[in-house]
Design a protein around this ligand. Structure first.
Ligand code: SF4
Ligand code: SF4
Length: 392
């Protein structure tokens, strides 16, 4: 965001406070500076020279989860997330607290394969230390990632072609989700392309104020994916989809319009002949809305419809709430993240559903830690288990 636009957005705020209604950090902390309005006032004070960067001010700005729950509620339409991103890029040099996180994130985005191998080694050699440390939420890492080079999954009689934007979480932590998606797409007669050269979507770098590094990655992904002759670019991670489709145009002037969440793509491809609960171990489920999918991309109906069409009894929670993951957020603000997780688990368990379904690998990781005895599944696993079992 250029400086003029940043100042224009800041001056649009009329301080009405509507943005606080569903703000998870405000809900957890109950202080003004932990909500969108408070954060915008702080950034405005900074731009006017009335405030200076400090540990507390930085903490308030970096504690936003960037969930997007506030954006649609703002009457003058302040682009709150972009303002926060820009504010962070201005503050990052004074933000000592996250210096090591910046270093590690930059290293990871440059050498993802090596980072994955090092992390696997650490998990093997020092499992207890890792469980107690910043990366306490990590599941057991798989032996191999989904891809480290480009691949095309061809089929004899194809109906169409799609590309998959793997995303880091699926590639390194949950490769089985990626394989499941590819399998389902092939069963639906789609040729699937996993192009070589995909890099991190850039969101972790942006959240730490490293805009120029995120721009480099965004340009790489845009170059690779915009050249492909495909019907859609699918991702199992709503944060990646949101970045490619909505954030890239603001960051580099052009995005990937064909980027799409899997439920939006599959909703009219899964015909009734695919639906039957032949192998499902559960009959009821509740659904957790990932923030970037629901607030960001406006996708709420499609995953619910798929679950219901499968024949699962969908029991809704009384309210929608962030699970408290937020990627880098949960590393920096463990206490708030745990508080939000506890509340969300309470909501979900109150439904009495046998299973929790969500559509984001990050939410899955977070909810699995809290749900304990209740299984947490990604929507794609539910589809695989119930629609494409070996009995079909
Ligand atoms: S993006 Fe989410 S956490 Fe940040 S101010 Fe808005 S509602 Fe609050
Ligand atoms: S809803 Fe918009 S105008 Fe109102 S306080 Fe929040 S950011 Fe400002």
């Amino acid at each position: 965001m250029e400086k003029e636009r940043y100042l224009r957005e800041l001056s649009k705020c009329v301080r009405c406070g509507s943005c606080k209604a569903f703000c998870p950090t405000y809900d957890e902390d109950k202080t003004e500076a932990m909500g969108a309005r408070g954060r915008l006032v702080l950034l405005w004070g900074l731009s006017e020279g009335l405030l200076k960067p400090s540990r507390i001010l930085n903490d308030r700005i970096f504690s936003c989860i960037l969930c997007g729950a506030c954006s649609g509620l703002c009457p003058p339409g302040v682009d709150i997330q972009e303002v926060i991103y820009h504010g962070r890029s201005l503050l990052r040099r004074s933000d000592a607290k996250r210096r090591s996180l910046r270093f590690l994130t930059k290293f990871y985005t440059k050498r993802p394969e090596l980072s994955f191998r090092l992390l696997r080694m650490a998990q093997y050699i020092l499992p207890h230390l890792l469980k107690k440390g910043t990366l306490h939420f990590l599941p057991e890492l798989p032996e191999v990632s989904l891809k480290n080079e480009g691949r095309v999954f061809t089929i004899s009689k194809k109906k169409g072609r799609v590309a998959v934007f793997t995303g880091c979480t699926v590639n390194f932590l949950y490769p089985h989700l990626g394989r499941t998606l590819i399998n389902i797409l092939q069963r639906l007669d789609y040729e699937v392309i996993l192009p070589a050269g995909e890099v991190c979507c850039g969101v972790p770098l942006r959240t730490l104020g490293l805009e120029e590094k995120a721009i480099e990655l965004a340009k790489k992904n845009l170059g690779i994916f915009s050249r492909l002759n495909v019907e859609a670019i699918l991702s199992l991670c709503p944060t990646c989809t949101y970045a490619l489709k909505v954030e890239y145009p603001k960051l580099i002037g052009k995005g990937l319009e064909r980027a799409m969440d899997i439920s939006s793509f599959l909703i009219d491809k899964l015909s009734t002949s695919h639906f039957s609960l032949l192998t499902s171990h559960f009959k009821s489920a509740t659904y957790h809305d990932p923030c970037h999918l629901s607030y960001g991309l406006g996708v709420k109906r499609e995953p619910r419809e798929i679950i219901k069409n499968i024949g699962i009894d969908l029991i809704e929670t009384e309210e929608q709430r962030c699970c408290g993951f937020g990627g880098i957020f949960s590393l920096s603000y463990r206490e708030i993240s745990e508080g939000l997780l506890e509340k969300r688990i309470k909501d979900l368990k109150k439904t009495g559903a046998e299973t929790i379904i969500t559509a984001c690998p990050g939410c899955m990781m977070q909810l699995s830690r809290g749900a304990k005895d209740t299984p947490v599944l990604h929507l794609i696993e539910t589809i695989e288990e119930t629609c494409f079992s070996s009995n079909k």
